[in-house]
Design a protein around this ligand. Sequence first.
Ligand code: ADP
Ligand code: GLC
Length: 481
Amino acid sequence: MPEPIGVLMAASEVSPLAQTGGLAEVAGSLPRALTESGLPTAVIMPGYRQALAKGQYTDLGLDLSIPMGAEIVHAKLLLGRLDELTPIYLVQCDPFFDRDSLYGQESGQYIDNPERFAFFSKVAVEACDYLNPKPDVLMANDWQTGLTMPYLVEKGPEAPKGLFVIHNQGFLGLAPFSAAKEIGLPLSYLNVDGLEYYGQFSYLKAGIVYSKLVVTVSPTYALEIQTPEGGHGLDGVLRLYNHKLHGILNGVNYSRWNPKTDPYIAANYDADDPSGKEICKLELKKEAGLSPSDRPLFSMVSRLTAQKGLSLLIEAAADLFKLGIDLVILGSGDAWFEERLTEIQTLYPERMRLTLGYDAPLSHKIMAASDFVLVPSIYEPCGLIQLYALGYGAIPVVRAIGGLNDTIRDFAGANPEGLWDNGFKFSQFQAGALVRAVRRATELYEGRDDFKTMMVSNMREDFSWNKSALSYAKLIRSLFD
Ligand code: ADP
Ligand code: GLC
């Protein structure tokens, strides 16, 4: 028997150790599914203060000396476990990672992010030489780990093969030309065919150009990023490399997102007995101080950034409330959106509750309580929240783009014979289009039987990671054919 192909997943956030968005959920769940599909997978992440505080680790006693410009910066490798099957390595370097947050604070991103993530990428590549067994594939995610791909090429043919995953094309990972010393690659990598991006460097571009394979997190997004609207200036590069570009949908970690076992919600339930969902709704409305009516409860759990379509929600708010909905929003992000949403809440105090901040238990309670979940994004590479919503019987109302388009089927009427559609979609990024989709959703809610049928049928859908892992495994194996 040949040795199985081993994978090292490098990610800048990994749930539950450190998280700002969906990338962490992927990096925290896919490795186990890959191992179960026959490719033993370990994870490497920065040794953030938050991650060190959450786990138990053994110092491997290695001192990796990494040249960063004129200086040598030292890294230690700590070993812990992400789950029963998955080793996780933390790169400890306190000057870079012992900070209040992962990427920056309200005043902006940390100014030395280009150095921090060049350093992490170098360590991830160097660490491969010390791991036993040595990984055959390095799987990197988003701009923070984009530089691993040219570093692997620079190391030569004995290095692991590089697979680069794009979770969000909107984050280009830009660095000024003055970062060239810290990046430390020969000049031949730094021109327009390599890292150069309109007078700067792009770490995302580095990942695309120098990897053996590029995956993004849905088939539709794989097409969208090749267009000027979706490419953020790299659509030409993606068209050039589209022979190695693939779209694979994310999955759901049903051990964390399951209303039958969820420890955070007021009553557990499942498709066979969904009665607990009503209790969850009543309880959340009570906690949120919303009036106890029988209105449909809509929600949004999201980073509050332009990507997530909040401008549409803000523009449409008055018309949405006219349709007779209640609205719960949990999110944090841009101050401008936080202020506008706060203003709307003061106009509809009994109908809307906004919670600012990152609150994982509350996000579960909201999924369990909601009748509908809104995802009106400008672009959405995959989107996880609509998948969690399906499992919790909250019907998604989404814009028909990216992964939202690939996972949600627009309701075209009752379907007693076959597979039910699972949500509502609208195409144009216009307030009127959102309002029309919400109106159709509220009409379904009023005709109770069809609403319940869709809800229960959604709860039975299966987006488990093992399907996605099989697609990744097939691609990875193709590198060794
Ligand atoms: P993105 O990665 O673009 O933010 P996804 O839908 O892929 O979008 O993933 C977002 C994840 O982050 C979901 O698991 C969602 O529940 C979680 N999330 C986002 N904002 C918050 C918040 N304020 N509190 C708790 N969880 C949040
Ligand atoms: C990104 C995307 C989101 C995706 C997540 C995980 O942050 O915005 O759509 O689900 O990564 O891949």
